[in-house]
Write a protein that binds this ligand. Structure first.
Ligand code: PAF
Length: 286
């Protein structure tokens, strides 16, 4: 099957209207490219669930801070495109920055409160950029279902909230984290790590697994769990914790005592690379 590439929002929306007229459902996988197995799992799920699978590839400048890695963010369109071909993607939307943000562009979406914590606190403006571009992608592609990875757990929560608050008729599916053999969560940014950093980065998932073990054996005091996690990561010379937090799964508020369910979320600098990961703690039904 031939994958069609669209660069223009208007022509893609025209195509979307034709697809809808045929009664077909649309699955959207928004990405910034440099696709990995995590993305592939979303694409495969979209292929299973929907008739027409669209993948957007757009490194969105609005979600990067002025000192962040927008310029050096890895890009390889040819490789991404052939991966999409292999997975029978129907349409790739790969707009230029000017297509998404023409001169005098002025409209942004701000999801309040849940963006004040975790990555939102460390990366001011990040979720404003994410929510804005995702809303634009939803308007352009009118998906029935859109797929996001749980690695970016706050992003998934923010997008669900935006879709709910703005009455967007799209279902948001957050899909499980895909990990490397050594446990490191898949991320396009893993390419920045050298061998030593790559080894040290394993401590992030080790610490999350420790949190789960502690929870499963009855510990409910977040402070105690976080302290033990810190010790695992602090042993690594190249690792510097940005945050480790235990928060409720809806409002992302800090939980001192964990009740039935919580996210443990961590952001850690390993050398010059900021990595994020998380795990869900859930009480087993009695
Ligand atoms: O998760 C990402 O790759 C990006 O934040 C997204 C959702 C494609 C928006 O640019």
């Amino acid at each position: 099957m031939v994958v069609k590439i669209y660069r223009s929002a208007r022509s893609l929306t025209k195509k979307v209207c034709d697809v809808k007229k045929q009664g077909k459902t649309i699955g959207l996988v928004p990405t910034m490219g440099f696709l990995h197995e995590g993305h592939m799992s979303l694409i495969r799920r979209a292929r299973e669930d929907t008739d027409c699978v669209m993948v957007s590839i757009f490194v969105n400048p609005a979600q990067f801070g002025p000192k962040e890695d927008f310029k050096k963010y890895p890009r390889d369109f040819k490789r991404d495109f052939s991966l999409c071909e292999k997975e029978n993607v129907d349409i790739v939307f790969a707009p230029k920055v000017e297509e998404m943000y023409p001169e005098n562009y002025a409209t942004y979406i701000n999801v309040e409160k849940i963006t004040d914590t975790l990555c939102g606190a460390s990366r001011p403006g990040h979720f404003r950029g994410v929510a804005t571009v995702v809303a634009k992608l939803f308007n352009i592609t009118m998906p029935d279902i859109a797929y996001f990875g749980q690695k970016d757990i706050q992003q998934a929560v923010v997008i669900k909230k935006m879709a709910e608050d703005l009455n967007m008729s799209v279902r948001i599916k957050a899909m499980p984290i895909v990990r490397e053999k050594d446990g490191l969560a898949m991320s396009s940014r893993n390419i920045y790590l050298n061998l030593e950093e790559r080894m040290q980065a394993q401590s992030i998932y080790k610490s999350l697994k420790l949190a789960k073990e502690l929870f499963d054996s009855g510990e409910r005091d977040s402070g105690k769990i976080i302290n033990k996690m810190r010790k695992v990561i602090d042993k690594q010379s190249e690792a510097k914790i940005d945050y480790i937090k235990i928060v409720d799964t809806k409002g992302l508020k800090d939980m001192k005592k964990i009740s039935d369910e919580a996210f443990v979320a961590a952001a850690v600098w390993v050398g010059k690379t900021r990595l994020i990961d998380n795990i869900i703690l859930r009480q087993r039904p009695k």
